[in-house]
Design a protein around this ligand. Sequence first.
Ligand code: UD1
Ligand code: UDP
Length: 366
Amino acid sequence: MKIVSVVGARPQFIKAAPVSKALRNAGHNEILVHTGQHYDYGMSQVFFDELNISEPDINLEVGSGSHGRQTGQMLMRIEEVLLREQPDWVLVYGDTNSTLAGALTAVKLRITLAHVEAGLRSFNREMPEEHNRVLTDHCSDLLLCPTQTAVDNMGNEGITTGAELVGDTMYDAVLQFSEVARERSSILKDFGLKSKKYLLATLHRPYNVDVPESLGEILRAFIEIDEPIVFAVHPRTQEKIQSLGNSLRAQLTNSKVRLIDPVGYLDMLLLEQNARIILTDSGGMQKEAYFFGVPCITLRPETEWVETVEAGWNMLIGSDWSLIVEQARTMEPPPESQRQVFGNGHASELIVHALEVIIPTRRAGG
Ligand code: UD1
Ligand code: UDP
């Protein structure tokens, strides 16, 4: 089989790494297309270097821009690739603009489309990702769902064929790279961190960081928590912090919050495992906290990963500073350990199998 995989943003490199390996191990011809949505070394190339992903066959170098401009440029450039390559499948990941662009281009050319991490819903249409997910799911031929909730969501939206429960490829990645991280990462030593004696934070949702009041509330909470917090700052957030008032920035500088650049995946795995609590609005990090048995405070009012909340490992707190501070002081691991709701670590192989057996109905004119 010939497969064009479309990736472009940080979490997609991680989701794609185990699938790309499984595809190549099974002897398939994968053409890896990087849209260029993320491009800084620490947001892109570091993942190719650390996760042994082969270099992208094509980098479309789309870069940053408004949603329409960015997605439109991706559409034009992905179309050229698909017309040239004529793959059996287009494979897209997650919920970014790169996902939607890959999906739309494929269906307009009537090339069969598979969506990895299909079926997730936040039910919050304020999030650009929610639109990307809904649209991508509704035009995919094969919906590769990480959880039973995702399969159920599809049923509720009338998608009764093509949804397969395969598990979560981010869980595959954690299992494949945790040992490597322990061998290679020196981040705890480099930053003088002691296991369970610090909190870890990330933040990048536009409704948190593009709204100065929300960003200010969250940063105020980080300062008030008064414990060491390692805060790996996404470039979107770096820009926004620069434009905050001098007083808050000075308080941050004098606090126990340590702002660092985005880190590579191996360093992040180690930081996550050893944190007392993770504070985040990231989708992927909520799951990784669960995989590692680290309590998570989600700086959002809702989540796609409801299983982590139901199990007591994740609390949805939003951006209210006093609630964040209170939760950070009191949150403990729940008494029960985590249930295996994200598959058995072999989602990638199941994905390859599904691609192999599903008859490409569109091609056959079905
Ligand atoms: C995107 C995804 C989001 C995902 C996140 C993962 C969409 C709509 N959003 O959000 O779903 O959770 O990636 O991290 O697709 N920038 C840099 N260097 C880079 C990349 C970005 O400086 O390498 C800056 C630019 O100023 C850019 C801003 O970050 O405008 C936002 O980047 P963008 O890719 O548009 O959105 P993210 O917030 O990263
Ligand atoms: N991540 C990383 N370095 C960082 C921040 C995140 O390697 O500095 C990893 C994290 O471990 C997870 C993924 O990036 O695997 C999550 O990506 P992000 O939070 O950017 O996007 P989301 O999951 O919210 O779409």
